[in-house]
Design a protein around this ligand. Structure first.
Ligand SMILES: [Zn+2]
Ligand SMILES: [Zn+2]
Length: 141
């Protein structure tokens, strides 16, 4: 009986954490996921959130990206890249065909590529504007 109860709780915790990641498009850290999961499940602990996130990553349901030595989590598990703003810390998805070319080069060596991620570091459009470093014409495209 105790065991069934615990398993039920675990399933619920996992469902809530997974839903939080599905609802987030800002690549949250485990701490952010914890804050959001607590609204739904006030008794959940940060340790549980960590464990469940790792589980979901190993099951391929979510993806973990490391930015500035910190783990961030997201629902997208396909090939895509990230832009990271050094001013506000925003992480945004970036689509670029660049990787197909680079992949081919690596695959030509006989390697099997399973994942590719480029990270672009700099200033987002808003921070660039705020700091007055927006380049001529860059806002149009
Ligand atoms: Zn920014
Ligand atoms: Zn992403």
């Amino acid at each position: 009986m105790e065991k069934t109860k615990r398993r039920k709780r675990n399933t619920r915790q996992k469902a809530v954490v997974y839903q939080v990641v599905l609802d987030s498009s800002d690549h949250p850290t485990a701490e952010k996921v914890y804050e959001r999961a607590k609204r739904e499940l006030p008794t959940i602990s940060l340790g549980t959130v960590y464990r469940v996130l790792k589980e979901l990553v190993s099951e391929g349901k979510i993806k973990e990206i490391i930015v500035n030595k910190q783990s961030h989590f997201e629902k997208r598990t396909d090939f895509h890249h990230h832009f990271i703003c050094r001013e506000c810390g925003k992480i945004e998805d970036v689509e670029t065909p660049l990787c197909r070319y680079t992949c081919k080069k690596v695959e030509n060596k006989g390697y099997v590529v399973e994942d590719v991620e480029y990270k672009f570091y700099g200033l987002c459009d808003r921070c660039a504007q705020k700091l007055g470093v927006l380049q001529e014409g860059s806002a149009q495209s």
